[in-house]
Ligand binder design. Structure first.
Ligand code: RIB
Length: 291
């Protein structure tokens, strides 16, 4: 079984702020760093740091060699990462304030992924292989359809949640990984009440496996009548960027290695509690030894 994460790669421009910038306001940042990020890259790093062999597919600009080197440093295979001379690598503008963040995305090369690239990448995979995706690249609907046709198992972290998600063939997804905002969006409700989100997801996706993370209130695994709850590890957060990516990567790696859902939720909760104690995205994802 091979594992493919097909997703975004971004330069993260991170500004530490006294408060989030408001309309009509100009504000100086307290600090600035440029880091490797993108939900796809972060999740590939998390999978690899959790000890899984992973291929990362995606698209960067001509300056993308840094991303290849970075992924390779953590043993992520980059055979299917394309350099596009006509597009700039994607980037994100991230404000960080008191542990929380606001993110502006510019897709760049992530949004130039086309059906040809999807076909080329998937020609190296087969029935029983696993595909992990997020919602930051183009041609996602086509990717889901083709991976499903091949017989791959598809895990979808619906981040960032937007209306495009409903244009994808969601019936072909095996496992959804969502936080409470994505969960409510996916269920088509506007509530922030956990019980209502769980009920909404169960009603909308009665035969899907769903992993729902709810910050300090932990995480849930939902499948038909089954429900498993995992408490969060309580820590002081300095930057929550990539906490969800860490959770997704460690959860999936643990599940694929041991097939133990409870253990996978616990390892993921522990890993993301370490990520929020560090600054930045991929760089704050812990190693398995740290756990
Ligand atoms: O989940 C965090 C990530 O979201 C950042 O690294 C940023 O690039 C955006 O994709």
């Amino acid at each position: 079984m091979k594992v493919l994460c097909f997703g975004s790669l971004n330069y993260d421009h991170v500004y530490e702020m006294d408060h989030f910038v408001e309309p009509k306001e100009t504000q100086s940042s307290l600090s600035y760093t440029r880091n490797f990020g993108g939900k796809g890259l972060n999740q590939s790093i998390a999978l690899a740091k959790a000890g899984l062999d992973v291929y990362h597919a995606g698209r960067v600009g001509s300056d993308g060699q840094d991303f290849i080197d970075y992924l390779n440093k953590y043993n992520v295979k980059t055979d299917y990462l394309l350099k596009d001379d006509e597009q700039a690598t994607g980037h994100a503008i991230i404000e960080v304030c008191k542990g929380q963040n606001c993110i502006i995305l510019h897709g760049g090369a992530n949004q130039a992924i086309d059906e040809k690239q999807v076909d080329e990448v998937l020609s190296h995979f087969e029935k029983g292989d696993v595909l992990l995706i997020q919602n930051e690249i183009s041609s996602t609907a086509y990717l889901i359809r083709k991976a499903h046709e091949l017989g791959m198992k598809i895990v979808f972290n619906t981040a960032p949640m937007n209306e495009k998600v409903f244009t994808y063939p969601l019936d072909m997804i095996d496992i959804f990984v969502v936080n409470e905002i994505e969960g409510a969006g996916l269920a088509g409700i506007s509530s922030s009440d956990i019980d209502e989100i769980i009920a909404g997801l169960r009603k909308a996706y009665p035969d899907k496996q769903i992993v729902l993370t709810v910050g300090e209130k932990g995480s849930y695994y939902l499948y038909k009548d089954e429900m498993i709850h995992q408490d969060a590890f309580m820590v002081e957060a300095v930057d929550t960027t990539a906490a969800g990516d860490t959770f997704t990567g460690f959860f999936l790696a643990s599940l694929l290695k041991d097939g133990d859902m409870k253990a996978a939720l616990k390892l993921a909760a522990k890993a993301s509690s370490i990520t929020v104690q560090g600054h930045g995205a991929a760089q704050s994802i812990p190693s398995i030894d740290q756990l």
